[in-house]
Design a protein around this ligand. Sequence first.
Ligand code: ATP
Ligand code: MG
Ligand code: MG
Length: 579
Amino acid sequence: TDVHPSHFIRDIVLADQESGLHSGRVQTRFPPEPNGYLHIGHSKSICLNFGLAEEFGGQCNLRFDDTNPEKEETEYVEAIKADVRWLGFQWAKECYASDYFQQLYDWAEKLISDGKAFVCDLNAEETRAYRGTLTEPGRPSPFRERSVKENLDLFRHMRAGEFPDGTRTLRAKIDMASPNLNLRDPVLYRIKRAHHHRTGDAWPIYPSYDFTHGQSDSLEKVTHSICTLEFETHRPLYEWFIAQLDIFPSHQYEFARLNLNYTVMSKRKLLQLVKQGVVSSWDDPRMPTISGARRRGTPPLAFRRFCETIGVTKFNGMTDIALFEHTIRNTLNPIAPRRMAVLDPLKVTLTNYPEGKVEHITAINNPEDAAAGERQIPFGHTLYIDREDFLEDAPKKFFRLKPGGEVRLRNAYVMKCDEVVKDAAGNVIELKCTVDFATLGANPEGRKVKGVIHWVSAAHAVQAEVRLYDRLFTVEKPDGDKEHDFMEFINPDSLRTVTACLEPELALDAQKVRDQISANAQLPLREEGSGVDSAMRPMYSSDLRVQFERVGYFCLDEDSTAEKLVFNRTVALKDSWAK
Ligand code: ATP
Ligand code: MG
Ligand code: MG
């Protein structure tokens, strides 16, 4: 899509271009903390930051905000890079806040020398108590008036690892009476002996988010630093550091984060779901992660469209997950080939169709796309239809199959149900039917047949495991309830696995994907900055997305083998949660 939706941040960039700010240069960044996998919320920030850079001929950096060593891991760094690439974006530079640790340290010494920072011996609890509240001013730390010499000396000993964890901090000297709590002598450095995924054990002290973020932006000459609304009250601090250090004036802008109902999106909670085995992994198709959505069959274009639809504003609200699902359906409809699959097979014997006879029926692959062509579907004496398409005691408005009734077999004949076969317990186990041979591609004589159902030939059916995913939570706001933990609202039916019967074409489709994957297995994953999209190793779910007619959109899962096919339901054809 080449149309750029208008929003207030884009208007700011347009105005800056007009006024010639930074000579019209646009530099943004997407700054994830590598403490988990990216989720759908992050895609909003990714589309915004990379989208603005793309539109205005600028650049967007991928910056890992890695200042909390205990929670951060290289696995997360790699997963984040794969997700951003998969969404179709290419960063200009791959940066790490940890690469700036020495520079940040030097800037801290400068603030100390200028009398603008001091070493404080209060512990975390005392620091909080001294800070005051929104209604009550803070009290200055008893260590606030230390001399520059003493502060420098203590800070160097902190850096040398001579004090126990948590015993001292470096704090800015700003204003303990400020109505903005963030300006009440904020902490710049903490003592923490933790192994860092990049710097190892080189640093026993780590800078705070506030002391890192703006300076990192400034070092990268970021022109528009876009973050979520919670950071609005941090902006004066962001600007204070830049002014005191007299460095490149990056500017911060805030927008409302994306919140989705029926899910949680904090990485801490997502990690809990993985750790406690509620889901199988970060990329479990039920997870609201980008990798989960990818494995579920969501096309990357659906993310971009969704982000365009929801727009960028300053108002926090709740977005209906149904809107995302609707976008996925609309994105898949023109591109997903139609196939027939029976999820809950019921045997049908065609008593007037010769045993052993096989006919190949021509079917179009996609009514939305003439270029998708046609395929042949085998038809024979025994079929499977979906159990829910037959009702013994059917109401008047039931237009599918009932005893004595007629229905159109999709792409094939009109069929009449003559006899219902049951087992000893009274369960329907088979239907005996007849087809009207005059109805292939033609309307039946003298009567109307309203219903159309899908089917597969029993002799040709390919079995597959089909994973039917549903929402992970049963309530709209699983984490919005103070009385209950979000884990209490897990949907027990979020995954149902069935053995389905597929039309044989799907086995050929899957074979093509496997061939492509083995042909490309030697290809390296696309290297940063190489700009070579084609050299990316294909991924299962991005290569076979189909519509099971009348059922939903499905993709081939990476658990598939030559012996066993596995499909994931991306989204049902209709929203079963709509009221
Ligand atoms: P979490 O609470 O999930 O850990 P976070 O904001 O701490 O979220 P980061 O890795 O720091 O996660 O986020 C990277 C960028 O993505 C930040 O600029 C952040 O503002 C943005 N972001 C995170 N969550 C959302 C969201 N729900 N909607 C829009 N942007 C988001
Ligand atoms: Mg976080
Ligand atoms: Mg963060």
